[in-house]
Design a protein around this ligand. Structure first.
Ligand code: PLP
Length: 398
């Protein structure tokens, strides 16, 4: 029998060393729970990093995958496939957008957004107006273009030269945007709520002012909703919180319930800058991933109570953390939107994550000292209480 130890030894021998991994091999998942190779159970408040938003192996998602995998697993985009078209229609009918381009990941969706923004600006204004303003502390992916868009030095070091034409401003600071915008600016690209950077929520007026500026200057507003989209914040898309609409939006993580997918959506007037040959992706719009995404969207659209309870459960968690903050001096701040919640510590979060793991709770630490909670949207109160109990115990140990 292959033991956990054997597998981890093999991982150390054969996998490229890009992740610092916990010594656990996850073997099964059901709802908010996962089980390791030895049958040990964990409550999953990571959700594959905001991917399995309906929990693991959600029955309708499993069915949609099974059904599709038996009839067609892949077909080239030289031909149409039904799940891709139906998913595009669902996304368009429920967002600001008119058209969708499908790919396989968040980074790839952002690559497509960057290319579309440049092409739109080139078609309309010619050479030289290609610059994109993004935020410090942002995260847009790990490809060369998306690390260039990411306003954090630690993702750049060792990989220079970066792609030209990106400028960074402090997040949620409208004056900084006014100072940075010039005749070369083609787009402004932002996460509506910064995820990897530590669940940073902008001021309520920031995006309204940004929208007004972008419209006035024909600068495209790109929202990277890869993490905050798909119901995570209690709205289907998190731009809905701010009373404005972007020109381009990217989705990935939670879109297909765990199947790899990315999507880049835009209004017609912008999308029309792409013509046959402009952009492509072999696996993009894969029928299995798209059918899974249809199942996810149907749940989010038809069970309107789910988005409501996402907000309520999020508020419940944050309220429960207030008394914890009072007795735990290491908690600096608790913040969040829906079920995207951060506990900012005054100390590194690694030991808390390890202690929680030992006690059967998976959580994530980002930006060094920020505990990020991303439970499935359909998490129960009992599961939340169990998780909060483990978290409380682990924090007190610090
Ligand atoms: C995770 C993430 C990405 C990158 O997605 P990948 O699928 O890992 O390429 C991009 N933007 C945001 C906001 C993310 O959270």
């Amino acid at each position: 029998m292959t033991t956990t130890r054997d597998l981890i030894n093999d991982a150390n021998d054969y996998l490229m060393n890009t992740y610092s991994q916990f010594p656990v091999v996850i073997d099964k998942g059901r709802g908010a729970e996962v089980f390791d190779l030895d049958g040990v159970k964990y409550l999953d408040f990571v959700s594959g990093l905001a991917v399995t938003n309906l929990g693991h192996c959600y029955p309708n998602v499993v069915l949609a995958i099974q059904k599709q995998i038996q009839s067609l697993i892949h077909i080239s985009n030289l031909y149409y496939n039904k799940p891709q078209i139906e998913l595009a229609a669902l996304l368009v009918q429920n967002s600001f957008a008119d058209r969708v381009f499908f790919c396989n990941s968040g980074a790839e969706a952002n690559e497509a957004a960057i290319k579309l923004a440049r092409k739109y600006s080139f078609d309309k204004f010619g050479h030289g107006r290609h610059e994109i303003i993004t935020a410090f502390n942002s995260f847009h992916g790990r490809t060369m273009a998306t690390i260039s868009a990411t306003g954090q030095e630690r993702f750049h070091t060792g990989f220079e030269p970066l792609l030209d034409g990106f400028h960074y401003v402090p997040f949620s600071d409208i004056d900084a945007i006014y100072r940075m915008v010039n005749e070369k600016t083609a787009a402004i690209m932002m996460e509506p709520i910064q995820g990897e950077g530590g669940v940073i929520i902008p001021s309520q007026t920031y995006f309204a002012e940004l929208r007004e500026l972008c419209t006035r200057k024909d600068i495209l507003l790109i929202f990277d909703e890869v993490q905050a989209g798909m119901g995570r914040t209690g709205k289907l898309f998190s731009y809905e919180h701010f009373g404005i609409e972007p020109d381009i939006m990217t989705l990935a993580k939670g879109l297909a319930g765990g199947m790899p997918i990315g999507a880049m959506l835009a209004r017609d007037s912008v999308a029309s800058a792409f013509t046959p040959g402009s952009h492509a992706s072999t696996f993009g719009g894969n029928p299995v991933s798209c059918n899974a995404a249809i199942a996810v969207l149907e749940v989010l659209l038809e069970e309107s109570a789910l988005l409501q309870s996402t907000q309520e459960t999020g508020e419940y968690i944050m309220e429960s953390l207030i008394p914890m903050k009072k007795v735990c001096p290491v908690i600096r701040e608790v913040r969040g939107k829906g079920l995207m919640i951060a506990i900012e510590l005054t100390v590194p979060g690694g030991p808390v994550v390890e202690e929680c793991l030992k006690n059967g709770l998976l959580i994530n630490c980002t930006a060094g000292n920020i505990i990020r909670l991303l439970p499935p949207l359909n998490i129960t109160r009992d599961e939340v209480d169990t998780a909060l109990h483990i978290l409380d115990k682990s924090l007190r140990k610090l």
